[in-house]
Every structure is written in structure tokens, then in C-alpha cells.
Design a protein around this ligand. Sequence first.
Ligand code: PLP
Length: 421
Amino acid sequence: MSLVERDLKVIWHPYTQMKTALPPVPIVRGEGACLYDENGKCYVDAVSSWWVNIHGHAHPYIAQKVAEQLNKLEHVIFAGFTHPAAVELAERILQILPSNQQKAFYSDNGSTAVEVAIKMCLQYWHNQGINRTKILAFKNAYHGDTFGAMAVSGRSAFTAAFDNLLFEVEFIDTPDASNIEGLKSQISNLKSDLTCFIFEPLVQGASGMLMYEAKYLEELMAHCREKGVLLIADEVFTGFGRTGKPFACNHVSVQPDIMCFSKGLTGGTMALGLTTCTQQIFNAFLSDDRLKTLFHGHSYTANPVACSAGLASLDLFLDPSTQENIDRIAESHNKFASKIKDHPKIRTTRQTGTILAMEWETGSDTSYFSSLRDRLYQYFLEAGIILRPLGNIIYILPPYCITNEQLNYIYSKIESALDEL
Ligand SMILES: *Cc1c(COP(=O)(O)O)cnc(C)c1O
């Protein structure tokens, strides 16, 4: 039996309608921005394997560091024990975050990093005997697939089956020049006291790479801070260079209280989540009263192998050549966007750093389930490119090591898709 046949017997894939989905593409090897199937065909990974990969696949330096760690210590319970990789990764990441970030809490993935952030905020007030339980979030937000993370995400086709069970959240529009004053008074007029405001800074990834301007985010953040509302920046997607700067929060002058990371944290090598917070939040849990403890943890909290992948990825990330690559991709995206923006089939293009999104004209059909989406996906796969449109929105966000040749190949295939589909 082929690998695909065996897969179809036993595997249930994520975000996949198993009845109608095409068989999965078997991948056996990766190198740089390429993933190779059993026959040696290269697929250029234009979506960084669901936005996680930043330095390319099977990076030899990360592989070496992970192997060294595996031969020393694979795992240890993280309550009552510690280990060098977890401490060093926390030290080094806190050093490059906004200066108010002082403590690091590890978990397993982006959704859990968000769960931890939400719990930190709710219990921050609870521990002080203050009743603040309402959370503020953006419409169209995506913060993950566990229940708390789903609850603070926009209601959509993805949450429909669970909507009744999700706790209530105040949703506001993302800010722009026309609505910013309105949004601020909307927040001021809320009946309930807000506990926190959670947001994807600058780019709402899963809802279609929707983008909004840093200066309006900054205004909203400042307004919330004035009201004592804690600020959670969900940088699970935007962290580690995606928006052109190391973190999306580097585009604003207000510092968040809490930050969430995962995806690029290990360079796309292993699952790891990280929630960082201010000393002030941490202090609200310090007490002789054990009930004030943050009762949260996962079996694999701060797994040493994942932390070592994080350290190796950070070494690569801080090498000046990485920022040069980020700038190169941003510039190249920018040129391509201005080249195609007037094409009759392009409704709009938008870009932040290494993320380029293009909305296709579809007539009336703009849903995620539009057939155009499947035709585009298939078209690019056949051409050896992994692009995974969100409905009629095609986006490119490659590993930073992608070559100009590979980038130009992707662009040229998008142009031929515009002409042919
Ligand atoms: C992907 C994502 C998450 C969830 O991360 P997982 O590791 O998939 O659980 C949370 N927030 C944002 C902004 C994301 O893009």
C-alpha cells in the first residue's frame, strides 16, 4: 500500500472535510523553502507550513542543536524543576521584547499560549478581589482552537457548532481613521468593566490577512491602558519577523502587558508556546495564600528539546542576514503587488512585511467555501507551489531563506493563474 492509501485508512486531518478532500500530498524531505514528495518533486512552501517555518526546512543548525539536546536531556517535569534550555530561551527572548516583559510561562502551542494569557488576566483581577470578567476582542479575530481561544475569536463558520458554549466577549471593529474615535467611546461606554483586550497586532491572519494601521492600534491600546484594561498582544503569527520588524509590537510605542508566541518560536521545528507578562501581573499571583497560584500547566511544559529548537532558531533569527532577507522579501512583495494591483481579476492587494495578500474578484461568491479556492489551490500544487487560499484571498508568507528565483517563480505562477483561471 502506498503512504497515501495507508494515510486514508487511519488519519483524520485538521481543517479537512474528509469526504471531499483530495488525497494528501506525501512529503518525505525538506530543504530550504522546498518540500519534496516521494518522487523528488519540489513544492515551494509559500505558506511556511501553516506560518510556522522561518529559516527553511530541516535546517542543519537547528537539527544539530536539537540532536545535542536529545542526547543530554529529553524532558523533565517543569514544576519544581528547571533546565538550562528553558532558562536561556526565556532570558534571551525577554531581552528582545518590549522592556516591560519580565516573566515567561511556557506551554505547548499558540492556542495554549492564549489560554494562559486569558487566565492570567482573569485571575489577576480575581486575586485582588476585583470583579472584572469581560474580555474585549476584534471582530474577525483568530486566537486558536481550544475553547477559551475560540471564545475570544470572531464567531464564524469555524465556531458555529460551539457558539452557544463560548463565553461572551465584547467585539469591536479593527480601527481606522474613520472609526477610531467611535471605537474609543464605544469602549468607554461599555457597562461591564473590561478585564483585558486581546488582539492580533497589525495583521489578522486566519480571517484573510486583514491589516490595520499601527497608529490606530496604538491609540486603542493607550485608551484601554487609561481604563486599566490589560493588553494582550497575540503575536503567535506576527512574532519573529513576519511584519518586517522582530515583533509587530515594535511598530507601536505602547507596550502590551502580555504577549503570546508560538509558530515561529522554534523556527517551525517543534510545538512550543510562550506567554510573557509584566512584573505587575506576576506580582498579583505572589501570596501566602495558595489559592492565588496560577493553576495551569501541561505535561510537556518547557520541553527541553523544543526549547533547544527555540534557542537555535533565535541564533539564526538574530543573525543580520535574516533581517536582510526579511527586507528583501518585503521589497520584492511590494514590487509584485504594484505590478498586479490593477489586474481586472485583483480586487485588492495588501502587505505588511513578508506577508502579501491578494483578493481575487469572484463576482458574488466570496466565502471560504468558494470553488475558486479549490481551483487555485490545485493549480498551484500542480505547479509545485504550496499556497493555501483563504476563500478568494491568496497570500504568500515564505520562510525568510526563500531565494529570489523561488519568489519570482511563485509570482509568475500567480500571474498565469490570473490569466488562466
Ligand atoms: C495560529 C494562531 C493561533 C493558534 O496557534 P496554534 O499553535 O495553531 O494553536 C493563535 N493566535 C494566532 C494569531 C494564530 O495565528
